[in-house]
Design a protein around this ligand. Structure first.
Ligand SMILES: *[C@@H]1O[C@H](CO)[C@@H](O)[C@H](O)[C@H]1NC(C)=O
Length: 288
């Protein structure tokens, strides 16, 4: 489900229940959230273990950077404990992962993107949560993930602490697609979530698309804050692709009408765009 504008929300929600997929329950949502938290927890645990303070220093980071990443790692471990406690015996167990991180700088860069996806995941799931108390729990995690992302993006990388006036919601399948690119194997005893992963999507700066999905007659939908729009793909190249400020997302879809783009017509993606912007630039809601 995408949001062409805030006003499209109700219409989009009404159409969201239509596909044959089984309805998403609160247990599914908690398991989905725990799947992401396990990923984040494993990510920080692995690379803090791999890169000590000396490695960070050698990469040019002051001591407080790694120290505060330790804080973040503690938070992710607490999120795992919180959701595992709520799920009890239905708790999802951690998978094994491959993140492609090679040094402290790529650790920080990947952390920034993973935290941003975390924000988009909780934001996108919020409207599907039935039990009010879970909304507060999910919200408290969401805002904390946003603080992590903002700190990494601004204090550490000297960029903006935000992407624009609104953050970007992503739906279950979109988030799961990004997460599953990092997952190598999961315990077979894990619950089967009502989500699927789309094939990977890469778009070069000149618009050339690389994906296993067919691009014939396809469109690229760009998702930036609450703004979405579609751009036609001609001969494997997307036409007129915008460069929204900060971090945004794109999917390949067979649907040209952006308000109708959803899991049933997404062909590949999301791809993550990252365009940090200068402090002298204004930062309105994206318009494209
Ligand atoms: C896109 O789909 C929406 C929802 O069905 C519809 O209201 C709108 O008219 C469509 N836009 C175009 C340009 O066809």
């Amino acid at each position: 489900m995408k949001f062409a504008a805030a006003f499209a929300l109700l219409g989009a929600l009404a159409s969201y229940a239509a596909p044959a997929k089984r309805a998403v329950t609160d247990t599914d949502i908690l398991q989905y959230a725990l799947t992401l938290e396990h990923l984040e927890n494993a990510f920080y645990h692995q690379y803090l273990g791999q890169f000590d303070q000396a490695a960070f220093k050698k990469a040019g980071y002051p001591d407080w950077v790694r120290n505060r990443i330790e804080n973040i790692a503690e938070h992710e471990a607490q999120h795992v404990a919180l959701l595992s406690g709520a799920l009890g015996s239905a708790a999802t167990q951690p998978c094994t992962y491959s993140f492609g991180v090679t040094d402290p700088a790529s650790f920080v860069a990947t952390a920034t993107l993973i935290e941003n996806v975390g924000v988009s995941a909780y934001l996108g799931a919020a409207s599907s949560i039935v039990e009010k108390a879970y909304v507060t729990v999910a919200g408290s995690i969401l805002t904390t993930e946003a603080r992590h992302q903002a700190w990494l993006y601004s204090s550490v990388d000297k960029g903006p602490a935000w992407s624009g006036p609104e953050d970007t919601p992503l739906d279950f399948d979109e988030v799961y697609s990004i997460a599953s690119a990092f997952i190598t194997a999961c315990p077979s005893s894990n619950p089967t979530l009502p989500v699927k992963a789309f094939p990977a999507l890469a778009i070069a700066q000149d618009g050339t698309i690389t994906t296993s999905a067919s691009t014939d007659g396809a469109f690229v939908q760009v998702i930036a804050g609450l703004t979405t729009n579609t751009f036609p793909v001609v001969n494997g190249k997307v036409q007129g692709l915008p460069t929204p400020q900060g971090i945004s997302y794109a999917v390949l879809t067979s649907q040209g009408n952006t308000t109708l783009v959803g899991d049933d017509n997404i062909l590949a993606g999301p791809m993550i765009f990252n365009y940090p912007f200068n402090s002298k630039q204004s930062n309105p809601a994206p318009a494209f």
